[in-house]
Design a protein around this ligand. Structure first.
Ligand code: NDP
Length: 296
């Protein structure tokens, strides 16, 4: 049966076809941006696509964008702040324990478990930096233990920061972004939220909850120009994993096809991509797993 778009032309795709796959070193350099794709002419999308391609050459479109990162003083959050700044964004970050600003445009002392503090954080950002564009809900904790021994206290502590803390962060920001008519939210989940993990029932439940929350925000924000995506990191070298005994860390690293934990910057880049209206403008409601192939 012919494919619906089959033409009279036949193309020889036999594996032994006499095709030279080696690039010709004497061929003139090709500017891919000046080569219209055959589909462009038919669809009429070439002009705006060309503009986007030009923007890719120079930026991710994050210059002067105001972005809030929770837990931006260390670990993955700190790297996200540093990278977004390098890409030209104006970054506000929250932390609980310290309030000295070595990076970022604005440091806000706030605990994500207190709704009032996060409401005030959003108000402060809007008044000091300008219209909020992005939110990275990154703050998180672990209180590991086998489920049959897990206390209510450890359950609540993790759910309060990792899930309710994300609600407290996004709740005041989401209406603001919808009102602005543009915005991007990235929620930091975990490989453990995708597949569970020994001794991490509370953490897995909180990180799986984030995925459901993010996908719902993706639906509710889309028509208002607000995208929400989820990044699910695998194991990364931060204080959080340093708390795990070295022998266990070595065993985990041996399970990972990459053979190592991530550098936190390797998590920060996909976050920036998803925030970017250029690189991530049509990505919404997705879970981006960044785990060195640990879970496929
Ligand atoms: P770290 O332990 O290095 O840093 C945790 C950050 O969260 C700190 O900035 C901390 O602030 C902040 N934080 C914790 N509780 C609160 C709170 N109640 N209010 C405000 N801020 C708070 O963690 P990572 O950088 O490793 O983790 C960052 C995120 O990535 C977390 O959500 C984590 O679950 C997730 N993740 C991490 C992985 C890893 O292997 N490292 C793997 C998968 C997901 P303070 O310094 O003030 O305590």
């Amino acid at each position: 049966m012919n494919a619906p778009d089959a033409t009279d032309e036949t193309v020889d795709v036999a594996p032994d076809a006499d095709v030279d796959h080696e690039p010709d070193p004497n061929a003139p350099a090709v500017d891919i941006h000046s080569q219209p794709h055959p589909a462009d002419a038919a669809s009429g999308i070439s002009a705006p696509q060309e503009k986007i391609v030009t923007e890719i050459n120079t930026s991710l479109g994050l210059e002067d964008k105001v972005i809030l990162v929770t837990g931006g003083n260390r670990g993955i959050g700190r790297r996200v702040v540093l990278l977004l700044e390098a890409l030209g964004a104006r970054v506000a970050f929250t932390d609980r324990s310290e309030n000295k600003r070595e990076h970022g445009s604005l440091a806000i002392h706030a605990d994500v478990t207190y709704p009032g503090e996060m409401e005030r954080a959003v108000e402060t950002i809007e008044s000091e930096l300008g219209p909020l564009f992005g939110v990275v809900a990154n703050a998180g904790v672990t209180r590991d233990g086998m489920f049959h021994k897990m206390t209510h206290r450890d359950w609540d502590a993790v759910i309060n920061v990792n899930l309710t803390g994300v609600y407290n962060t996004v709740r005041p920001a989401f209406p603001v972004l919808r009102e602005h008519g543009e915005g991007a939210i990235v929620l930091i989940s975990s490989i453990i939220g995708e597949r569970g993990g020994l001794g991490q029932a509370n953490y897995a439940a909180s990180k799986a909850g984030i995925i459901g929350l993010g996908k719902t925000l993706a639906v509710e924000g889309a028509r208002k120009g607000v995208r929400t995506n989820i990044v699910a990191p695998g194991f990364a070298n931060t204080d959080m994993t340093l708390a795990v005994p070295e022998e266990i860390r070595a065993n985990i690293a041996a399970e990972i096809p990459a053979g190592r934990f991530a550098d936190p910057m390797e998590i920060a880049w996909p976050v920036a991509m998803l925030l970017s209206p250029v690189a991530g403008g049509y990505i919404n409601g997705q879970v981006i797993s960044v785990n060195g192939g640990h879970r496929m």
